[in-house]
Design a protein around this ligand. Structure first.
Ligand SMILES: NC(=O)c1ccc[n+]([C@@H]2O[C@H](COP(=O)([O-])OP(=O)(O)OC[C@H]3O[C@@H](n4cnc5c(N)ncnc54)[C@H](OP(=O)(O)O)[C@@H]3O)[C@@H](O)[C@H]2O)c1
Length: 314
């Protein structure tokens, strides 16, 4: 099914405005902003503005907005931009992102989520990815020393997302963002960490990803490069060119925490859930599986409507 509607969280951001401009003539775009003062800028892109703050609104507020927009895809491109210190970075870049993940999970038909994260968002207690050069390692060190709080909370948001299985997601990991005009070419997938990328090109990649459900489960870097964006992205998706730790977790079920999986029988993601359990078992994680026959999504929250004991199968 082709995508008809998207919602952008952080709708007044520089990438978000570019993305809305690219897509608003083709599909319905709802841009979620913090202030009505941003409405004229949003309307000028062709999108519809809605006010909700990540710091003040609840996950249920976001769910309602996503459902009202019938969003097929939710894009998270918000960020504190380092304004307001550690507390705000935590609230927006991490807790705000998790709030949006919860909100997507609560939708009647959970959307696909595209998260704008950062290049080199990784667990540095583990060895650097094998494709990193000495220059990458040096650059990585400098980046984490320069903006440790930002990197810390970006990573926590990514880690939270990559264990989620109730909706499809893709992480976009841009290098240093530039306001130079987009060139339509880039290096995508598993890249160096030393280069920047124009915001125009990141917006272009997000617009392409809106129509790429096969990018689910991937965390894709984007930095400047010479390959046409369309073909670079296509190759990264088909080649599963994802950063190593995500690949281990998502593709091989390795490095995941102990898990208990509950699968509802009347959910279209049921087969994906079972396949995920199988993949975890092939890795080094052996989740406890509970499959509940004939019940819909979020059945456990329907007080008294389902007797769980009656529904448990192997
Ligand atoms: N800067 C870099 O080099 C770099 C590199 C890699 C990744 N990134 C990430 O890329 C993403 C997008 O970048 P960008 O340049 O488009 O960022 P941006 O222009 O700073 O946009 C971020 C948006 O988030 C919104 N926001 C902040 N707090 C909010 C809240 N409480 N509730 C709702 N929205 C809130 C801001 O709203 P207001 O307009 O009201 O302030 C702003 O519109 C960010 O997540 C950033 O961390 C940045």
């Amino acid at each position: 099914m082709s995508v008809r509607s998207i919602a952008i969280v952080g709708g007044h951001g520089q990438i978000a405005l570019r993305l809305a401009r690219l897509l608003a003539s083709k599909l319905s775009v709802t841009s979620i902003v913090r202030s009505e003062a941003h409405f004229p800028d949003i309307l000028a892109t062709g999108a519809s503005p809605v006010v909700l703050s990540l710091e003040d609104a609840s996950a249920a507020d976001f769910t309602r907005t996503f459902d009202e927009a019938s969003a097929d895809v939710v894009v998270f491109s918000a960020g504190s931009g380092g304004k307001g210190g550690e507390e705000r970075t935590k609230k927006v870049d991490y807790e705000g992102a998790v709030k949006v993940f919860d909100a997507v999970e609560g939708m009647k038909h959970p959307a696909r989520l595209l998260l704008v994260s950062s290049i080199d968002s990784r667990d540095r207690s583990k060895p650097a990815p094998a494709h990193y050069t000495e220059e990458d390692i040096e650059s990585s060190q400098k980046q984490w020393e320069w903006i440790p709080t930002y990197m810390h909370y970006k990573l926590l948001a990514d880690q939270n997302l990559w264990t989620r299985t109730t909706f499809p997601w893709t992480i976009v990991r841009p290098g240093l963002l530039l306001d130079t005009p987009g060139v339509g070419t880039a290096d995508v997938g598993r890249t160096c960490v030393t280069k920047g990328i124009a915001r125009d090109d990141v917006a272009h990649m997000l617009a392409l990803l809106v129509e790429r459900p096969d990018a689910a489960g991937l965390a894709l870097d984007i930095v400047s490069g010479n390959e046409l964006l369309e073909s670079a992205l296509d190759a990264a998706i088909k080649g599963r060119l994802t950063e190593v730790y995500y690949r281990d977790a998502v593709e091989h079920g390795k490095g995941l925490p102990e898990a208990r999986m509950a699968v509802a029988g009347l959910v279209f993601l049921k087969d994906s859930g079972m396949a995920y359990v199988e993949r975890m078992r092939q890795g080094n994680t052996n989740p406890e599986l509970k499959a509940y026959k004939g019940v819909p999504h979020q059945f456990a929250s329907f007080d008294g409507t389902v007797s769980l004991d009656d529904q448990v199968t192997d």
